[in-house]
Design a protein around this ligand. Structure first.
Ligand SMILES: [Ca+2]
Length: 213
């Protein structure tokens, strides 16, 4: 027997979060589903969340304040960091995992010595498109309260989703973002992977033949 899960399934679930189309009852239900999934799989002892090994994966960023290259956000050291350059109109950082994974969250650690406030408004995304604007956000944009030197900030991907590309970006046109102070200074980015218990109820199934009683 084979069970197929298509990337469009994730998009379809995200579409159900549109309150104007489906009403508040469906909206609330969809918000609770990821929580129910995590609770159930922990209760049954069949849910595995693990840090995905990403050291050595391909990274890039919109601009570079030398010598702080994009890979320094995944080198395993919190005293090294990536850094976008001055006057960057839309700072971004991108990680290519090289293959698809079922992700539940992204954890970001900021540069520890200065400039934490510059992270305000940063958006974390995960998805299948190398164009990060096409991918859904994980959690909400970083707030000024979260954006402190050395802060470790979790961004939950709800529901867990299939993704190959992880990105962070700051849209300098957003309210509350100062374009003169918008930089990405990432000490470490970590990716949380769901390794089992993917919800499959209602998915398409098939088998080679059927025994009829
Ligand atoms: Ca580092």
């Amino acid at each position: 027997m084979r069970i197929e899960i298509q990337p469009s399934d994730i998009t379809n679930m995200a579409g159900l979060l549109d309150v104007s189309r489906y009403g508040w009852n469906v909206y609330i239900c969809r918000l609770l589903l990821p929580v129910m999934f995590v609770c159930c799989c922990f209760q049954q002892g069949s849910c595995d969340l693990a840090a995905l090994p990403i050291h050595g994966k391909h990274t890039s960023q919109s601009t570079e304040w030398s010598p702080h290259q994009s890979y320094q956000a995944i080198d395993g050291r919190t005293n090294s960091f990536s850094h976008t350059d001055d006057n960057d109109p839309h700072p971004w950082w991108l990680l290519d995992l090289g293959s698809n994974h079922n992700l539940s969250g992204i954890n970001v650690t900021l540069r520890e010595d200065s400039g934490g406030y510059r992270f305000t408004g940063a958006i974390v995304r995960a998805g299948l498109s190398p164009n990060f604007n096409d991918n859904l956000p994980c959690g909400s944009p970083a707030t000024s309260n979260q954006s402190k030197n050395g802060a470790e900030i979790p961004f939950l991907c709800e529901p867990p989703r299939t993704a190959r590309y992880i990105s962070l970006d700051i849209d300098t046109s957003m309210p509350g973002v100062d374009p003169r102070e918008a930089y990405l200074q990432l000490a470490e980015v970590a990716v949380e992977n769901v390794t089992s218990a993917l919800p499959v109820y209602g998915k398409s199934t098939s088998q080679s033949s059927t025994w009829l009683p």
